[in-house]
Design a protein around this ligand. Structure first.
Ligand code: SF4
Length: 749
């Protein structure tokens, strides 16, 4: 392994060991809470659409809304400062604090202030800056960086925090339990807030019509920081502006549910400073609802820091819709394992961090962690404003590729079958051109397989391309699926006798490597009366896209559509075995094809078990399919695993497309007892798990799957999975053969 890959692998291993357990437990808890909480919503999708529309409109009209907001805040008696960058914002905040002779500034949690590094500016000017969010305070004491945008100390255990408090404060009665720790912090922070001269907050939303700021928090510290000191400075990115107070409704409904699984966060404070922000005086019993004091001063610092440029960037603009709920981090397999200290940049972490860091800090910062997004797309459903987070990651990866100068450029320039310029990392180029390699591998099999397995070759592949030696390499078949189909004389169901006609799409894996599942798909469809064709069609472009080779993926999309346009015109359905290829047709091709072409392919292409489900729902006889009693392959597979009990893992893309249920329904219809995996991503993610720098992470992500399918109820079940990557990962995790579900359905004959 190269030195830089080894260093990356080592850092990941270290974080897996030191922070992985705490991060995993907390993020998985948030993610489960999200599912439970959004299930209570009557119209979750409608609410997301509403939130998305408000953000789209707000970002489109941003300059106008900033003017409106400024007018409203000034009419209320406050001041607005539009800061061009971090230095400008920090200077303004420091000058405000200095004008108040501030000794102490108390701060509530604010990602924008983290981005500015305003603490450093104020501390350099001699001020005491105190973080009042429990997690941020813990990190300030520990001198550590946040690892999560909502729960910054998510990587720390309760025991670790208790130890930190003991070391820092040497208390007489050291707090141990979560409640004791919270009370200990609350008392200390309460005293510090009471004596503060300036309070700083962020703002989750700012309404342009009234100058109102919404603070959504789990602790009361933000409200205290805003209201106890006479001077309140709020720091917020310009993207936080929305048109009106009424527009807050969908966001308040969604933000807590999406992030931490709370139906509503503990505190939702609507402040319209300096008026209508009640003054808190610890020595006075006056109710909080009373009007604010005339002495109050309010400064709103609106921060550009690259955002206006992002707004002009068609690809990064969507990042500005982000409400920083953290759902994309919590739902991400890699993040759940390694957390934001690896999967994050200077300030932001998780899936959307690539957009923020590329826009604010530059692509070089995003490049440090961008590869940790595997494009599995689980975050797509989780995002309350429907941001296409994997696409942002892909686009930035493409830009990073184009900015790089690879050491082997001279070797590959002009010789590779892709559409990329020089500069693309050799490892990425190798995996991005896997379809070409597969053609070569099949043409020269079995020699290609024997050669690739030789020790010195594996070692060379590791050193030059970073292909981990612990992974089994795919075995190329000499006879491809297309060749087999041609040799058998085409479909065994004549057109004139067929109920439907389908084209089975020969994705790279099904055509060159796992041909048995392709053959099983043909036979299964024929058993249900379908006339099948298996023509040669180019690769879907998933492989180059996952490496950020967007131009190549776009080229493939056009080639695929050209090959499929005529069959589609003839009324044939397109049936796809590999879910990641189908996801290209259903999602990513929208970026590449004309709308009518994209819709035609999307609306007429189906995952194979989804298609079988559709046939059965429309009158096809389930008796035509094999079940547990007739499945000929079961008896020899899995070393004696039960023939009627299955452990099924759906592919991540299949879940995002909402197609996992069809497979379960079909398997149950033919008589299997199916247990489905609770793990959303197996960790393999195409080429990701092959890369030596990510091998350990990939295996760690798959660990919950290994535990579930290895438990008492899982260990004697036959393992079934829909995705190529999942099948390979399950083989590695469980040392049990895994099968594609369609292979269980092939009837005798
Ligand atoms: S991208 Fe979406 S899911 Fe991720 S933090 Fe932003 S709003 Fe939440």
């Amino acid at each position: 392994m190269s030195t830089s890959r080894e260093a990356k692998a080592e850092r990941i291993r270290h974080l897996l060991e030191t922070e992985g357990d705490a991060v995993g437990q907390n993020t998985r808890g948030f993610n489960t809470g999200r599912y439970e909480s959004v299930a209570d919503l009557e119209d979750y999708e409608g609410l997301k659409d509403e939130a998305r529309a408000i953000k789209e409109d707000a970002i489109d009209r941003l300059p106008e809304l900033i003017d409106d907001l400024t007018e409203a805040v000034e009419a209320n008696g406050g001041t607005v400062y539009l800061a061009s960058d971090a230095a400008d914002a920090n200077r303004y905040v420091r000058e405000v604090c200095e004008s108040k002779d501030a000794d102490r500034v108390v701060k509530s949690k604010s990602m924008t202030s983290e981005e500015l590094e305003v603490n450093d500016e104020l501390q350099s000017a001699g001020m005491d800056v105190v973080e009042t969010d429990l997690g941020e305070w813990v990190l300030q004491l520990a001198d550590e960086a946040p690892s999560h945008i909502v729960a910054p100390a998510i990587h720390k255990s309760r025991e670790g925090i208790a130890e930190l408090f003991r070391e820092t404060f040497d208390p007489e009665d050291p707090p141990e339990t979560a409640e004791e720790l919270t009370m200990f912090a609350r008392e200390r922070l309460g005293e510090l807030i009471a004596d503060a001269d300036v309070g700083m907050t962020g703002a989750n939303f700012l309404t342009a019509d009234t100058g109102t700021m919404a603070l959504v928090t789990s602790e009361g510290n933000a409200r205290k920081s805003a209201l106890v000191p006479d001077t309140h400075v709020a720091v917020a990115g310009v993207e936080k502006v929305i048109p009106s107070v009424e527009d807050l409704q969908p966001f308040v409904e969604l933000i807590g549910r999406s992030g931490t699984g709370q139906d509503i966060t503990s505190y939702v404070s609507l402040l319209t400073p300096p008026v209508n922000s009640p003054t808190v005086d610890f020595g006075d019993d006056t109710p909080l609802a009373d009007a604010g004091s005339d002495d109050r001063e309010f400064h709103l610092v609106l921060v550009d820091n690259g955002r206006m440029t992002m707004r002009e960037d068609d690809q990064l603009k969507e990042t500005l819709y982000c409400i920083r709920c953290s759902a994309c981090a919590n739902s991400c397999g890699n993040f759940q394992s390694v957390g934001g200290h690896a999967f994050g940049g200077e300030t932001y972490s998780g899936g959307i961090a690539t957009g923020w860091e590329a826009g604010i800090e530059g692509e070089a910062v995003a490049a440090e962690f961008n590869d940790l997004c595997t494009g599995c797309s689980r975050c797509v459903d989780a995002c309350p404003v429907k941001i296409d987070i994997p696409w942002i990651n892909t686009v930035v990866r493409d830009r990073i590729n184009r900015g790089e100068s690879g050491e082997f450029d001279w070797l590959v320039e002009g010789l590779t079958p892709d559409a990329e310029p020089g500069g693309v990392d050799l490892q990425k180029r190798f995996f991005g051109n896997f379809a070409t390699l597969a053609k070569l591998g099949s043409a020269t099999a079995p020699l290609s397989n024997r050669l690739a397995d030789l020790g010195p070759v594996r070692s060379l592949l590791d050193r030059t391309l970073g292909i981990d030696e612990r992974r089994d390499l795919p075995e190329f078949q000499r006879e491809t699926l297309v060749d087999w189909f041609r040799a058998r004389g085409g479909s065994h169901v004549p057109r004139h006798e067929a109920d439907r006609e389908a084209l089975l799409y020969p994705d790279t894996y099904t055509n060159h490597i796992d041909t048995s599942r392709g053959k099983a798909a043909v036979r299964t469809l024929e058993a249900l009366g379908v006339h099948v064709t298996v023509p040669s069609v180019p690769a879907s472009g998933r492989a180059p896209l996952s490496q950020g080779m967007v131009a190549t993926a776009e080229e493939r999309a056009h080639e695929v559509f050209s090959a499929l346009a005529e069959p589609l015109d003839e009324g044939r359905d397109v049936v796809v075995v590999e879910p990641s290829a189908l996801a290209m047709f259903h999602r990513e091709y929208e970026q590449f094809l004309a709308p009518a072409s994209f819709e035609r392919l999307r609306d007429n292409s189906y995952e194979v078990l989804e298609y079988v489900f559709g046939l059965l729902s429309n009158g096809a006889e389930v008796d035509q399919l094999a079940g547990p009693s007739t499945d000929r392959t079961s008896a020899v597979a899995d070393g004696g695993a039960s023939t009627d009990r299955l452990a099924y893992h759906a592919h991540c893309q299949q879940r995002t497309l909402g197609l996992a249920e069809h497979t379960v329904a079909v398997l149950e219809a033919v008589g299997y007892d199916v247990r489905t995996s609770e793990t959303e991503c197996c960790g393999m993610a195409g080429s990701f798990g092959y890369k030596s720098e990510y091998y350990d992470l990939s295996m760690d992500v798959g660990e919950p799957l290994r535990e579930q399918f290895g438990d008492e109820d899982g260990r004697d079940r036959r393992v079934v999975a829909s995705g190529t990557s999942c099948l390979e990962q399950l083989d590695a995790l469980l040392s049990r053969d895994a099968t594609h579900p369609v292979e269980l359905l092939v009837p005798d004959g």
